[in-house]
Design a protein around this ligand. Structure first.
Ligand SMILES: [Zn+2]
Length: 199
């Protein structure tokens, strides 16, 4: 015997597959939607359906886009000489939110991680190198994450470039404000030491 009608159980089951949503949260969300205006549930359902059907990858930077070329790549006022390489679309969002970057992006779609079976061929590295060959890029900023995988990816790309005709930089790393040296991980502390400035 079912404890709950099938449509309710189905939604609980689907929601509980999402990251950081356990069965109890899935139940709460389901009952929230059940009590809310049916238009709320319909809006959520439509947004889920549109998520994949309305999206593509930008043909230039490989970021998520609704057109063959994304808004940033189509924007002629961006600095065409500056290219930031990031792992994921959300990294573009983070850099855009700083308001300090007016260049272009290239989204790799992840980072090199042998343990997860992700090598350079699973990432948008080839398209990046092709873009650098043909483009007007003067500075490449390797803005992959300050993790083991992000560092390995930055290093791999750096090696692919060979004796560079372009300037290659890496985001400066710092210690988090309010942090203690003893709690900083090795990579952060190492890079903080490398990136030390006159004081
Ligand atoms: Zn683009």
């Amino acid at each position: 015997m079912r404890l709950l009608p099938e449509p309710v159980e189905n939604l609980i089951h689907e929601l509980s597959k999402l990251p950081s949503i356990g069965p109890r949260t899935a139940e709460r969300l389901t009952f929230f939607l059940l009590k809310a205006d049916p238009a709320e549930a319909a809006g959520l359902g439509q947004a889920l359906l549109d998520l994949h059907s309305g999206l593509t990858r930008c043909e230039v930077c490989r970021n998520l886009a609704t057109n063959p070329r994304c808004d940033i790549c189509s924007d002629g006022s961006r600095d065409q000489n500056l290219l930031a390489v990031v792992e994921e679309p959300l990294d573009v969002v983070a850099l855009e939110r700083t308001g300090h970057f007016r260049g272009l992006y290239h989204v790799l779609g992840g980072a090199i991680s042998p343990i997860d079976g992700i090598g350079p061929e699973q990432l948008e590295v080839k398209s990046l190198l092709k873009r650098l060959d043909s483009g007007s890029i003067k500075e490449l900023i390797l803005a992959t994450n300050p993790s083991t995988e992000g560092e390995a990816t930055a290093l791999f790309i750096r090696r692919q470039l060979g004796p560079a005709k372009i300037k290659v930089t890496r985001l400066a790393r710092g210690l988090p404000i309010g942090g203690d040296l003893e709690y900083a991980d090795q990579i952060t502390l190492g890079r903080a030491l490398e990136g030390r400035q006159a004081f």
